[in-house]
Design a protein around this ligand. Sequence first.
Ligand code: ADP
Ligand code: MG
Ligand code: ZN
Length: 632
Amino acid sequence: MKNFSWKIALLWTLPLLVVGFFLWQGTFTTPTASSGLSGNTASTRMTYGRFLDYLNSDRVTSVELYDNGRTAIVQAIDPELDNRLQKLRVDLPANSPELIAKLRDADVNFEYHPAGNEGAVWGLLGNLLFPVILIGALFFLFRRSNNMPGGPGQAMNFGKSKAKFQMEAKTGIMFDDVAGIDEAKEELQEVVTFLKQPERFTAVGAKIPKGVLLVGPPGTGKTLLAKAIAGEASVPFFSISGSEFVEMFVGVGASRVRDLFKKAKENAPCLIFIDEIDAVGRQRGAGIGGGNDEREQTLNQLLTEMDGFEGNTGIIIIAATNRADVLDSALMRPGRFDRQVMVDNPDIKGRLEILEVHARDKKIAPEVSLNAIARRTPGFSGADLANLLNEAAILTARRRKEAVTIHEIDDAVDRVVAGMEGTPLTDGKSKRLIAYHEIGHAIVGTLVKDHDPVQKVTLIPRGQAQGLTWFIPSEDQGLISRSQLMARIAGAMGGRAAEEEIFGSDEVTTGAGGDLQQVSEMARQMVTVYGMSDLGPIALGGGQGDQVFLGAGLTSRAEYSEEVASRIDDQVRQIAEHGHQLARKIIRENREVIDRLVDLLIEKETIDGEELKQIVSEYAEVPEKERFVPQI
Ligand code: ADP
Ligand code: MG
Ligand code: ZN
């Protein structure tokens, strides 16, 4: 918020200053004529031609020249007004030296007023004033922002930059608010005791781990867990993100580390939380060019600081990352982050507990079963689940309902998984084609035994997709069999196969692009990672997808010959083609029910999985799908 205010100040003052510049330029540097003219109130103007006429007929008595001879105040006699004297203003052409001669000939009294000194002084002042004010203003802004984290002042005094860390005196988060990651919680319970009663450990000569590394995918509650430890122990919580250490200026990161530890020591016992530590803690000297100096300095400083304090000063450092594998081994050795705690996506029981935590402060209709939601959401992280309930609550408010019902939950799940709902297509050829494409996926998914069952098919666009076929994922995400993978490949091919069978191969569309990409990825992994092809159970290529260092992939050569590479491509193609042919066969043999389902889908926009299965079973034998149903 503070950050915000100075930006606004800067945004507003700059244009003002610039506008002011022009104004001052205007008023101070060209007053040449006006300062003299303002005395002679010659408001009546006369053309130059008329002036010459007057001059020829000797009616002009005196002329005063201003503005480098471009304006003249002329005194003339007007015979029509009893020969009264009249002051008239004339704009003269830029170059009229003959005028002077003429005036002399006519014996007119003339006077030349050069661009006044007065004006020049003002002009000079005006020119100086702007830079002075600008410098003053910038100076002021820099000084102000020095005290603020993230202000531009860093550029001025990066030597003693203030750390960008935040201190929360009380996080207000308790272990109760963290659910579904019981093992991690248990591991960390001890840390709370240490922060609260260090004597208990020091009395028996035990050394407490200084650092705990939380490892897990994003959104699983690592930050939350760290906050809960601080909350439970009621100690201050310092947090900083690893990416904030890495700055443009060499040395800033290291000095931030120093500042952070200094502040922490002043506030001990306390907890330091370093988020995304992989941003600074990557293996040194990896990748092209040996890495980044600034980052290495920061990391070295971090290591030094961690060594520097005795085990019992009451500071615990908790770091979080989702890539423990890339961390520098110096960070992991005993005395530093020697304890690693895995924080994984929750299982079904964990999901239920997390849902319960986040349902506490929401009005949820009594008939909604959190249990059923937990069942529907394998693979969701804690953050996804929190987001899901929040989306549902927002939808409920928008629909002016009293409490969240299962409809809002369903819509929220769809939204969290597949993105925002779009407006339905209007009927037409492309809608028909999309309907065939989706029913293609659905029918293959229904009739292939090892495929996940269809949950629903819909023509309502969502996110990038024009239509969607939803499958009920199985709970056991860990192990997938070869036949399941083959089934998924056939299912993914279902869309394109339907387009081909029904509209002919000239009419196929780009809509299958995403499907084909998935197929290639799955097939390639089957061959190179899981050893599920004719090449045999052998890992080929060593997980290129895991490379995080730029350039690491360039230097590590493929561990197989050209010949094997082409055999891999061959196998991948075979697997994909097998799925494609299976899908086409299923579509061909079930054309009648497909046509019926497409009509129904276009009419209703969405067909539920149960109804779909019902209809298909009137035409063909639908295999019963074995489902692993976990007990809660
Ligand atoms: P991470 O740091 O692992 O990426 P966060 O701790 O920032 O994830 O989690 C983001 C939000 O998701 C939390 O504020 C919380 O609302 C919710 N959340 C995540 N995991 C859990 C959990 N295990 N129990 C309760 N809420 C959770
Ligand atoms: Mg986090
Ligand atoms: Zn598709």
